[in-house]
Design a protein around this ligand. Structure first.
Ligand code: ADP
Ligand code: MG
Length: 565
């Protein structure tokens, strides 16, 4: 990511007036950030960070980038002097990490700064010292091509600031964590970090971020990260790449959701929302997926000038970006789930002796008979249903592994996808011969009122029928004969986890309360049909709430139980 470095000049008052001002240097990490960003902007291929005392005694950043000419050094440390912006209108399409010309000046205001630098066309380098408002005249000094900036004795002149700092080890950890995370977006730059004279870690330059994931997520979590599908960002002006956690390996908070927009490491409520929305129906409620996304947009679509520390951006086409991120994640997870399902089980048609699907199953799955006439063996051994366990699980085998299926979760997934299809295809609901009437307390009645339209889309037509009284006049095709758990469904509607897409949540609970429950006896034919239908789901591995539908215990696992291996 090499950016052309031209002469440094002071910004005009109009541009200065448009710059989001504020405290830039809060702790040693802020110094590291500013200096490392400058090195990246200078096109460095190698960046070395050396710290003493958690960065309070010394932050030194050495790069092999373009360097600063001797004549430019006094300007580099002056506030509002930059080589990265020419005029106010350039603020509308910033392509570099820095742009305000404040980084070095802000550091010099609170630390003793020394810069040693050489551009490739110069025979010898130059050095300058800057502190508070003072700067020395640049003097010739031997230097390799590139820049070395040292900031010593941070906040020596601002004792209150110093009091806010944590122990050196804690400050060091912040820096180490940030730098290894930042390095994800710059795989072709080699990074190293030293503390108190020792190298703590080093990353060679690599072809892609994957090789660096373990430094941020740890070895075992890295194994659960999958690459976003390359065509993920369809409909996006720009590109989206990344690695995301598979369902079931989520974290209790969002801290490990790492986001880069045009090479900037930042937090964005909008994009965090898109991330969560992409997992809707894949993730367990209250848990958070993790991973890293690299979003690249035209510079004119991203405004980094909204926050003094550049920790958030404003996006010009936020809605489109939201949808692209959400869809890319959902598509990647769907494909992953389907592939994993195929690995786990190959489901064939029912065994030869199977009875025709019972009337009850016909009504559960309106097109069930059509499916059973098309066996799907894929040349592999079939999954045979053996028994029902505890009126809750279906026990099956493909001859190589024991497979357990949660009957409720599996049925829920099937019903959910059918509801979503009904909504998308605008398939007609089936009118109930005898409408089901019920009455609700005020809070619940309000929750139901809000959900009526979405329910109708999903095929459940509920009609207000007097004060706080309703009747269900039509149900999704195939639901006619199912007992419908109205109370449970309304209960779900009134609790409101914010992280769920409202329509999907309503449909998920509609599915949940209209299907086979645990504790319900199923016939062999019903179980076989259920398992078959599951295979046609887009995401067969999880119910709409994110719980697993299928667990496979292979022979190796069983051998361990018997202490054979
Ligand atoms: P900004 O990055 O916003 O331009 P800074 O105060 O961080 O402001 O840097 C001022 C200028 O000094 C930059 O515009 C750049 O021209 C030059 N500069 C700073 N650090 C480096 C570096 N490591 N290599 C080359 N040039 C640098
Ligand atoms: Mg800068």
């Amino acid at each position: 990511m090499s950016r052309l470095v031209t002469a440094i000049h002071e910004l005009d008052p109009e541009t200065i007036g448009q710059i989001a001002a504020g405290e830039v240097i809060e702790r040693p990490l802020s110094v590291v950030k500013e200096l490392v960003e400058n090195a990246v902007d200078a096109g460095a291929t190698r960046i070395t960070v050396r710290l003493e005392d958690g960065g309070v005694a010394l932050v030194e950043v050495v790069d092999d980038g373009a360097g600063i000419g001797a004549d430019d050094l006094p300007l580099a440390v002056r506030r509002h002097a930059t080589s990265k912006l020419a005029r106010a209108s350039d603020l509308e399409s910033v392509a570099s990490l820095g742009f305000r010309g404040e980084g070095l000046a802000s550091i010099a205001a609170v630390a003793k700064v020394e810069i040693l630098s050489r551009r490739s066309e110069s025979q010898i380098g130059a050095r300058i010292l800057a502190h508070a408002e003072e700067a020395s005249a640049p003097e010739p000094a031997a230097s390799p091509v590139g820049t070395c900036v040292r900031a010593r004795d941070l906040f020596a002149n601002v004792p209150v600031r110093r009091e806010y700092l944590r122990r050196p080890a804690a400050e060091f950890n912040r820096i180490s964590g940030w730098l290894s995370t930042f390095a994800l977006a710059y795989p072709n730059i080699a990074f190293s970090l030293h503390h108190d004279g020792k190298e703590v870690w080093a990353m060679a330059d690599v072809a892609e971020a994957r090789a660096r994931l373990h430094a941020v997520f740890g070895r075992s979590s890295t194994e659960t990260l999958i690459a976003l599908r390359p065509e993920a960002a369809r409909g996006l002006q720009g590109s989206l790449e990344g690695y995301i956690s598979v369902p079931g390996t989520d974290r209790p908070d969002r801290r490990m959701q790492i986001l880069f927009v045009n090479g900037r490491l930042l937090r964005s409520a909008l994009l965090a929302g898109a991330w969560t929305a992409g997992y809707s129906t894949f993730a367990m409620s209250g848990r958070h997926p993790f991973g890293v996304l690299f979003l690249t947009l035209p510079p004119s679509h991203v405004d980094p000038n909204v926050h003094p520390t550049k920790s958030d951006v404003r996006l010009r086409f936020g809605h489109q970006v939201f949808d692209a991120v959400k869809n890319a994640i959902a598509a990647t997870l769907r494909e992953h789930a389907t592939a994993r399902f195929r690995d786990a089980v190959t489901i064939s048609a029912a065994p030869q002796s199977m009875d025709p699907p019972s009337q009850r199953m016909q009504s559960l799955f309106h097109d069930v008979s059509a499916d059973t006439t098309h066996p799907q063996t894929n040349g592999r051994s079939a999954l045979r249903v053996l028994a029902q366990l505890d009126e809750t699980f279906i026990v099956a085998t493909d001859g190589r592994a024991l497979v357990l299926i949660d009957q409720h979760a599996a049925h829920e997934r099937i019903a959910y996808e059918q509801i979503v299809r009904t909504a998308h295809e605008r398939a007609p609901a089936e009118a109930l011969l005898v409408p089901l009437t019920f009455e609700l307390p005020p809070a619940e009645s309000a929750a139901l009122d809000r959900a009526l339209d979405v329910l109708r889309e999903g095929g459940l037509d509920v009609e207000p029928f007097g004060e706080r009284t309703y009747r269900i006049i039509a149900a999704p095709a195939g639901y006619r004969s199912r007992p419908f758990d109205v109370a449970g469904f309304i209960d779900d509607l009134t609790e409101d986890p914010k992280h769920r897409d409202a329509r999907e949540r309503v449909w998920a609970s509609l599915a949940c309360h209209s299907v086979t429950r645990a504790g319900e006896r199923l016939e062999m034919a019903e179980m076989t049909t259920l398992v078959e239908r599951l295979q046609h789901c887009e995401n067969p591995m999880h119910c709409p709430h994110g719980r697993p539908t299928i667990v496979r215990m292979d022979s190796e696992w069983i051998q361990k139980l018997f202490k054979r291996i």
